[in-house]
Design a protein around this ligand. Structure first.
Ligand SMILES: [Zn+2]
Length: 94
């Protein structure tokens, strides 16, 4: 069982960090969304670009039990990275 709490909208990041959705950098001075996440005694802090947080919220409404790793998804999108790469590698068939 897991739970999330302490959601926080940060207007200006004080240090460089990486987004837990798309794994891209969140630069100093950029806004981000963070929340705490607790599962079986372990506590994590999740940080995301605001557009990635919105994408994650959409995805988790469809699948509340989804799990992912940073870099699994395209920034600001619910499209998975492998699908994005696949589309760009193979393009459209003639
Ligand atoms: Zn991101």
């Amino acid at each position: 069982m897991s739970e999330t709490f302490h959601h926080n909208s940060v207007k200006r990041s004080r240090k460089e960090r990486h987004c837990d959705w798309c794994a891209e950098k969140i630069e100093v001075g950029q806004p981000y969304e963070s929340y705490r996440w607790r599962e079986s005694g372990d506590c994590y802090t999740v940080c995301m670009h605001p557009e990635c947080f919105a994408a994650m919220s959409r995805a988790s409404r469809l699948d509340p039990h989804m799990v992912w790793s940073p870099g699994d998804f395209v920034r600001g999108s619910t499209m998975e990275m492998w699908e994005f790469i696949h589309r760009h590698s193979f393009g459209e068939q003639p």
